[in-house]
Design a protein around this ligand. Structure first.
Ligand SMILES: *Cc1c(COP(=O)(O)O)cnc(C)c1O
Length: 364
């Protein structure tokens, strides 16, 4: 029987899985109860998870979806961005950030990052603005808040919408403001390796009520908003298709996990901060680059502890280091091979890694 938290495997005799989720008995019981309730699709558990998330982030408008990729896609559409428009985003991010822009029919434009923070560099954003630019899509990389004052200033001056990719950044704050609430939209991920886990799952925060309404319509086939309620016990309601939407809704089975995961989000954050500090102390004498300290007016989500293995300084290549860690039964990841290193983007946009000199990459 599972009684206590299933912790990531600690013994080095067994493989230490990278980003293994911590699932408690509470989640397991809730999933079982949901299965037995006869209601496993979008229903009361999703509504509760949305209410809990809204309270946690101190916002008014949220929509639960089945991934952060879906959240990004629909936010871009709801922002009024589409064919003929450009969206500026960092060259160092997970591919989903860029793919969502492409799915919306818009053109992604990459900006280089700041070499210290690994976050999008506002000067590079400014340099990439054209008459077609409609939005900026910053990523709070590894959980570190972007320089939002500068980005919001640029957005205001050029009349751009701002969509925050908060996949790493549920707990992140910037000058007392919550991540995802500074731009027009904030998009969150509950993927298995993220700070709150629902298996697959995502959430959108919007600052405007009409924007979240559009996200909700687009997220469920383009059905009129009441359709979300039409399967309840209030009696049958006809639904109407008001546009061609997508199938991006979250299930109660997923929300059943999220409700309990979210209750522990702060405890887990405090634990990761402890581990982060322990890493800082233990690794300080090594010839590797450690993550910069969080900026004093921000709260870091401590999602990823990103070290830089530079062969010239460290005497071992990145990939040899990865192999050695794996041989020691310690799971590691590369965050990330930059967007311009992938063949699809090279082929489609003619992007070259060397055009983004601040992003670490492996030669040859
Ligand atoms: C994980 C991730 C996403 C996508 O999240 P999903 O919920 O898996 O769709 C988007 N952006 C970044 C930066 C991510 O790390």
């Amino acid at each position: 029987m599972l009684k206590e938290t299933i912790h990531p495997i600690r013994s080095k005799d067994r493989f230490l899985i990278f980003g293994s989720p911590a699932i408690d008995d509470a989640e397991i019981q809730e999933v079982v109860a949901t299965l037995k309730s006869g209601w496993i699709g979008t229903g009361p558990k999703v509504a509760q998870f949305e209410r809990d998330f809204l309270r946690y982030k101190r916002v008014k408008h949220v929509a639960a979806l089945n991934s952060c990729t879906a959240a990004l896609h629909l936010s871009i559409l709801a922002a009024g961005v589409g064919p003929g428009h450009e969206v500026i985003t960092p060259a160092l991010t997970f591919c989903a950030t860029v793919n969502a822009i492409i799915h919306a029919g818009a053109t992604p434009v990459l900006a280089d990052v700041d070499v210290r923070t690994m976050n999008i560099d506002p000067n590079q954003v400014e340099a990439k603005i054209t008459s077609r630019t409609r939005a900026i899509l910053p990523v709070h990389f590894a959980g570190r808040a972007c320089d939002m004052d500068s980005l919001l200033y640029i957005a205001r001056r050029h009349n751009l919408r701002v969509i925050e990719d908060c996949a790493h950044a549920i707990e992140t704050e910037y000058k007392g403001r919550e991540s995802g609430t500074m731009g027009d939209f904030g998009c969150f991920s509950f993927y298995v390796t993220k700070n709150v886990v629902t298996g697959e799952g995502g959430m959108v925060i919007a600052s405007r009520k009409e924007d979240i309404a559009r996200v909700k319509v687009l997220g469920l086939h383009g059905l009129s908003q009441d359709a979300w309620k039409s399967f309840g016990d209030q009696g049958y309601k006809h639904y109407q298709v008001v546009e061609c939407g997508y199938k991006y809704n979250m299930m109660d089975l997923q929300a059943a996990l999220g409700i309990h995961q979210l209750k522990r989000v702060e405890d887990n954050w405090a634990r990761r901060r402890e581990i982060w500090q322990r890493y800082n102390e233990a690794l300080v004498d090594l010839p590797i680059v450690l993550p910069a300290d969080p900026e004093p007016t921000t709260r870091h989500a401590y999602h990823l502890y990103t070290i830089l293995v530079d062969e010239a300084r460290t005497g071992i290549s990145r990939d040899a280091f990865l192999d050695a860690m794996t041989a020691h039964h310690i799971g590691v990841g590369v965050h990330y091979q930059s967007i311009p290193e992938h063949p699809y983007y090279q082929k489609t946009f003619d992007w070259k890694p060397e055009d983004f000199p601040n992003i670490p990459k492996v030669d040859g």
